[in-house]
Design a protein around this ligand. Structure first.
Ligand code: HEC
Ligand code: HEC
Ligand code: HEC
Length: 158
């Protein structure tokens, strides 16, 4: 928690980059700029929500479909997703600017490093458990940040 607080308090967006970019442009430019981060994201569930949506009941990861629907229901109740609208992806801009951002974002002013409460907006259950300090926490404190851009976290099956 302390570390997260530090991030939230002292994070400053790099002022060297004057881009004002759309959801798509974030990914496009960063494909050249930080390919490793983009590749990790492309393999993650966050970039492949349709795969989850199309899971068959016989698939061992079918339960994720229910989780995705819970997330969507929750986002609708917060007005971050319209009635009947599906969550297409969790993109760079959702975590690093604002969940559900539709307009362009100013790289130098609006960029953030997401803190636990950003994740918790969607992952109600995981983050409630994390906060309550039970021993069965799904994402132990200190590790949740690692999961985002690292290869351990992937829905890709071979
Ligand atoms: C035209 C290229 C370009 C576009 C478009 C772009 N970025 Fe960047 N981004 C960069 C570069 C270059 C850096 C390296 C940091 C710097 O500017 O000093 C960077 C850095 C970052 C970082 C790391 C910041 C840090 O403190 O290290 C994040 C996160 C990020 N960008 C997210 C985004 C998001 C979200 C969008 C879309 C709103 C976006 N970028 C659009 C080029 C781009
Ligand atoms: C689910 C939320 C999430 C998504 C989606 C996401 N990021 Fe991140 N990103 C994070 C978190 C959390 C960190 C900081 C923790 C870490 O180092 O893993 C981070 C760190 C970064 C950094 C490193 C900043 C630094 O200086 O250490 C860059 C660059 C970055 N992200 C770019 C991107 C780009 C580009 C995309 C889209 C292709 C993206 N991120 C999508 C959550 C996300
Ligand atoms: C806009 C909503 C949203 C945000 C914000 C978000 N996620 Fe997710 N995340 C999802 C959805 C939907 C899934 C797919 C369903 C599932 O597996 O729970 C997912 C899946 C995951 C998974 C994969 C679980 C698995 O078993 O493959 C991890 C890990 C994860 N998210 C971590 C994070 C972290 C850490 C953050 C914050 C930096 C974050 N998420 C932010 C919506 C979100």
């Amino acid at each position: 928690m302390v570390f997260i607080w530090i991030l939230a308090t002292f994070y400053k967006a790099p002022s060297s980059n004057k881009e004002v970019a759309s959801r798509k442009e974030c990914v496009e430019c960063h494909t050249d700029e930080s390919p490793v981060w983009v590749q990790a994201w492309k393999r993650s569930s966050h970039a492949n929500l349709d795969k989850i949506r199309n899971l068959k009941p016989t698939d061992p990861t079918f339960y994720k479909k229910g989780k995705l629907e819970d997330v969507e229901k929750n986002l609708r109740s917060h007005g971050k997703l319209a009635e009947g609208e599906q969550l297409k992806e969790v993109g760079c801009i959702d975590c690093h600017v604002e969940i559900g951002a539709k307009k362009k974002a100013d790289h130098a002013k609006e960029l953030r490093m997401p803190t636990a409460d950003v994740c918790g907006t969607c992952h109600l259950q995981e983050f409630a458990e994390r906060e309550s300090e039970r021993d069965t926490m799904i994402w132990p404190a200190g590790q949740w940040r690692m999961d985002v851009h690292h290869t351990r976290w992937t829905t890709k099956r071979t």
